[in-house]
Ligand binder design. Structure first.
Ligand SMILES: [Zn+2]
Length: 325
């Protein structure tokens, strides 16, 4: 698409009442806007939803929108040229999506992470709106699992207007190590300088639900069939979440595997977001990749292309992500 008349036609058509068409065109307009900003990776549409059955459970993936980050942040220990070659991209910005997983079991409705809320990045923080658009009531959530306390996973916890929890009937689950890290008195000095603004948001959100927050160790059961898996390194107490019902097993990866090419083909490359212990994050990545390639569990990635569902295959000396069809 080129020229201002095409742009005007696209923007005019956004006003259509047909939600499918509106969603499609939003994506088009967002891509045009992103191109103007130097983003060459397609910006995802803002309100997709995907539901699959999973044994006796169902798994729904909702979008919180997307982030916009410098391409060079995809790996700190690789050159920008190598990164761009690996992902076949020339732009200086990328727009990873944010996929939030909702699990319905016979007894519970469990949300895994809560998105970014309105104050992190303009493209993110769409979860509450997208839940409403999908007819999913926030008060129906019985449990919220927080994989870690980075803004794009946590800052959507509270109502922006009055500071009360957006999921009023939920109890909350997080790893003990993650909570201890963010609430330690010296947390700011233990963080890289560019992450220090994460502290106030983490503490505000976590203390607001402290009386309903259950701290667990990796390996602990979160609900029947749902278990925390150690995935530390990205942050101090980062967890993945295993969802098992009947023969079906899924692994919600959170940020252990963030990019559909780099995390799989170059698991040794350290994204800038692996702020706590990059070597441990690499070991975590390889352990999870090895497991997923051998047991063929369904992988669910927070920042993988929406809906972030797929399988892992061995590819030479590394791996590849095969999106679920
Ligand atoms: Zn993230």
């Amino acid at each position: 698409m080129s020229g201002s008349s095409d742009m005007l036609r696209a923007i005019g058509a956004i006003r259509t009442k047909d939600p499918t068409r509106r969603q499609l065109l939003w994506g088009t307009a967002a891509t045009l806007a992103a191109t103007a900003l130097g983003v060459t990776e397609a910006v995802p549409a803002t309100s997709p939803i995907k539901t699959i059955s999973h044994g006796e459970f169902s798994i729904t993936v909702l979008s919180d929108g997307h982030l916009t980050i410098p391409t060079r942040f995809l790996a700190r220990n690789a050159s920008e040229r190598d990164i761009k070659t690996a992902i076949d991209l020339t732009g200086d910005l990328v727009t990873p999506p944010c996929n939030v997983t909702l699990v319905r079991t016979p007894g519970e409705t469990i949300l895994i992470d809560v998105g970014a809320g309105p104050h992190y990045m303009p493209g993110a923080g769409k979860l509450a709106d997208n839940m409403e658009a999908a007819g999913i009531e926030r008060k129906s959530i019985t449990k919220v699992v927080l994989t870690h306390a980075h803004p794009d996973h946590l800052w959507g916890l509270l109502d922006d207007f009055d500071g009360t929890p957006l999921f009023p009937n939920a109890s909350y689950v997080m790893s003990t190590a993650e909570f201890a890290f963010w609430t330690a008195e010296d947390v700011a000095v233990r963080l890289p300088e560019d992450r220090r603004n994460f502290v106030a948001g983490a503490q505000r959100n976590l203390t607001s639900v402290r009386d309903r927050l259950h701290l667990i160790a990796p390996g602990a059961d979160i609900a029947s069939g749902i278990r925390a898996i150690d995935a530390a390194g990205h942050t101090a107490g980062h967890i993945a979440v295993e969802i098992a019902s009947g023969k079906d097993i899924a692994l919600v990866l959170a940020d252990a595997l963030m990019h559909p090419i780099i995390s799989f083909a170059h698991p040794d490359w350290s994204p800038a977001a692996d702020h706590h212990d990059p070597d441990r994050a690499i070991a975590t990545r390889k352990r999870l990749l090895g497991r997923l390639a051998s047991d063929k569990s369904l992988a669910i990635g927070y920042h993988l292309p929406f809906p972030g569902l797929g399988r892992v295959e061995v590819d030479g000396s590394a791996y590849r992500f095969v999106p679920a069809s």
